[in-house]
Design a protein around this ligand. Structure first.
Ligand code: SF4
Ligand code: SF4
Length: 365
């Protein structure tokens, strides 16, 4: 039951009396988000373990326990996903090599269109690791730090530059070149090479990752905010989303809690809607808001007699957000499976030749 508390509230510059309706029940978005995040981490660990077993089978010359290759590993091949997507757009034909990379990319892009950068805020295992690190840093050091305001926009531009680099490399490739790259030796075992990068990581790689871990403990979402081109792509696409964090200025008591809670440092308490490409739909702001219905993830308001009813009916509750993400994710996987475009089909003898010699296979360009 809602508790009606008549308060005198200082609202920005204007002092006015407001009836404040305190939140009746704690918001469940963060609990649900943590569950989804860690389920996705577990899924990726399982995929990674199965893929390692699959690779070891070929490295042992076909000895030992043979498992099937998990197509989900292609979610870690975003460039292959982009190349395949362009190939599909140009030819209308589904790619034969790493098709799951394309379907997963499409699923994550669809999530961005529907629910802003929700892939980053709800699913991405790197995002989950990043969030865990800044929370750990806050526990250890008592706080997180912010990059100086004059430097922050410049650093944020880095991820867009990286995205521009990858997109422009792919942009000039015609369909035949994309197909030849993907079905060539390097494209065929791009996933094995990625695994080997981490298995044979040198001191330089360890130092770079170590620095990123350390910086992520000091600065919230350092990698995602400044360096991740995949997140940059999701952010740009998310600008199309009709769903946004929306603030009801009438109900808001200007407490500023939402702004403090936002890991993307957005001025949630000053805006009526958050359009920013940095918003991950994490709903931390919504969870922190003490006022019923003052801040919501919602579709655009519609005409209604009562101002308060304008967008209340169009609110996306956390459970609905999870359901939407699940429908998009599993729906596209199901579609790809049923249409026969989920698994990469390469003859076993080709893998037998390429996988053990993956480190000798060089980039064709
Ligand atoms: S505005 Fe809210 S939903 Fe968007 S990133 Fe900030 S805390 Fe998350
Ligand atoms: S948390 Fe933000 S939206 Fe909610 S009352 Fe405070 S300032 Fe307003």
């Amino acid at each position: 039951m809602n508790t009606q508390v008549a308060d005198t509230v200082v609202a920005g510059q204007q002092r006015r009396k407001k009836t404040v309706v305190r939140r009746a029940a704690p918001d469940e978005s963060q609990r649900l988000r943590r569950i989804v995040q860690w389920v996705f981490v577990a899924l990726n660990v399982w995929i990674g373990a199965q893929f390692l077993l699959w690779v070891r089978f070929f490295e042992r010359g076909g000895q030992g326990w043979q498992v099937s290759r998990p197509a989900g590993v292609e979610g870690w091949l975003p460039i292959a996903g982009l190349m395949n997507l362009k190939y599909f757009v140009l030819t209308g034909r589904a790619p034969t090599m790493h098709p799951a990379a394309m379907f997963l990319l499409v699923a994550f892009l669809a999530m961005s269109v529907v629910l802003k950068k929700s892939f980053c805020g709800w699913l991405c295992p790197v995002g989950t690791a990043s969030e865990t690190l800044w929370k750990l840093g806050r526990k250890v050091f008592g706080r997180n730090w912010q990059v100086p305001r004059w430097l922050d926009p410049e650093l944020r531009g880095l991820k867009y530059l990286l995205l521009l680099f990858f997109v422009s490399v792919i942009a000039w490739m015609p369909a035949e070149a994309l197909r030849d790259f993907m079905i060539g030796p390097y494209g065929t075992i791009a996933d094995v090479k990625m695994l080997n990068f981490f298995r044979d990581i040198g001191w330089v790689g360890i130092a770079v990752i170590g620095w990123l871990v350390l910086l992520s403990m000091f600065v919230q979402n350092f990698w995602c905010r400044y360096l991740c081109p995949y997140g940059a792509l999701m952010g740009l696409v998310s600008l199309l989303s009709p769903v946004k964090i929306r603030r009801d200025a009438e109900a808001c008591i200007d407490c500023g809690k939402c702004r403090q809670a936002c890991p993307s440092h957005l001025k949630v308490d000053q805006l009526v809607q958050i359009r920013s490409a940095e918003c991950t739909s994490c709903m931390a702001c919504v969870a922190s808001c003490p006022v019923e219905n003052a801040l919501q993830l919602a579709l655009p308001p519609r005409k209604a007699a009562e101002p308060a009813d304008r967008w209340r009916a169009r609110v996306i509750r956390p459970r609905a957000a999870v359901a939407v993400l699940a429908v998009i994710f599993f729906g596209l996987i199901l579609f790809a499976r049923m249409s026969g475009h989920w698994q990469t089909r390469v003859p076993q003898h080709v893998y037998m030749l390429l996988v053990p010699n993956a480190n000798e296979v060089s980039h064709p360009m």
